[in-house]
Design a protein around this ligand. Structure first.
Ligand SMILES: Nc1ncnc2c1ncn2[C@@H]1O[C@H](COP(=O)(O)OP(=O)(O)O)[C@@H](O)[C@H]1O
Ligand SMILES: [Mg+2]
Length: 240
């Protein structure tokens, strides 16, 4: 076992992943000058091992909510606290390093780098977060094995199917073992059966590693395998 794996496992054992979201509000100014109140007081908690689906009509604010949870945008009001760290209180380098080490993002489109291999793409977050060089490739390959791509480490992205590319994107999001995984319509671009497989891998990973996943989705079967489903409607969430 590499020293990095040891470090990650020790950290995983000791850090309790807890997400607390309190009275989150966000509005935008539309091109015609109207103020659009997208989030009007979102409050919920998620605990380690949990996968929480966020469902709601298109335009209800699911992506906006994920952006606020991951520190990509600042709320107008309210608190996002991950394992005791107030995300909206972070700025500059502190915010960047928080995002690199504590958050994994998966989007509908994979945003992988076409000229790099699967393993090179997966190891990018480790390079950016300056993890010890020696373990980049070992960690990346271990994650690719875990998402079922053991035979594809050295394939260029362009030689992989859509489902395989999304598995690589999932491995890339998970490689730093972040406490919080944010997935925005992760199966939105895939056939149902392939989307279901990816959903299963994601939920299982989060449960086994005591992480938290917040998954915005239209996919009822993906929402169905999550531990809880929250409906985002009229700017607030409620359990369904
Ligand atoms: N940067 C922005 N400026 C203005 N309006 C925005 C911006 N981002 C999102 N919106 C609006 O906020 C609403 C919610 O968007 P979004 O969070 O993408 O919804 P969902 O992901 O549920 O489809 C939409 O009406 C959208 O047009
Ligand atoms: Mg969206």
């Amino acid at each position: 076992m590499s020293s990095l794996q040891t470090e990650i496992e020790v950290e995983a054992e000791h850090s309790v992943a807890d997400l607390n979201v309190v009275d989150l509000r966000k509005s935008f100014v539309a091109p015609n000058g109207d103020r659009l109140e997208v989030l009007r007081g979102v409050t919920f908690e998620a605990h380690e091992g949990e996968s929480v689906a966020i469902v709601g009509a298109s335009g209800s604010g699911k992506s906006t909510l994920l952006h606020l949870l991951g520190g990509l945008e600042a709320p107008d009001h309210g608190i996002v606290s991950l394992s005791g760290t107030d995300v909206s209180g972070l700025k500059g380098n502190d915010l960047s390093s928080f995002r690199q080490s504590k958050i994994g993002f998966v989007f509908q489109f994979h945003y992988l780098i076409g000229d790099l291999t699967a393993a090179e793409n997966v190891s990018l977050p480790l390079r950016i977060a300056r993890f010890p060089q020696a373990s980049f490739s070992t960690q990346a390959k271990a994650l690719l094995n875990e998402v079922g791509l053991g035979g594809r480490h050295d394939y260029p992205i362009s030689h992989l199917s859509g489902g395989e590319q999304q598995r690589v994107a999932l491995a890339r999001a998970l490689v730093t073992n972040p406490p919080l995984l944010l997935a925005d319509e992760p199966t939105g671009n895939l056939d149902t059966s392939i989307g279901d497989e990816i959903g299963q891998i994601l939920v299982k990973f989060v449960r086994n590693r005591s992480r938290i996943a917040i998954i915005a989705t239209h996919n009822e079967s993906l929402a169905g395998i999550c531990d809880r489903v929250l409906l985002l409607e009229d700017g607030r969430v409620r359990a369904v």
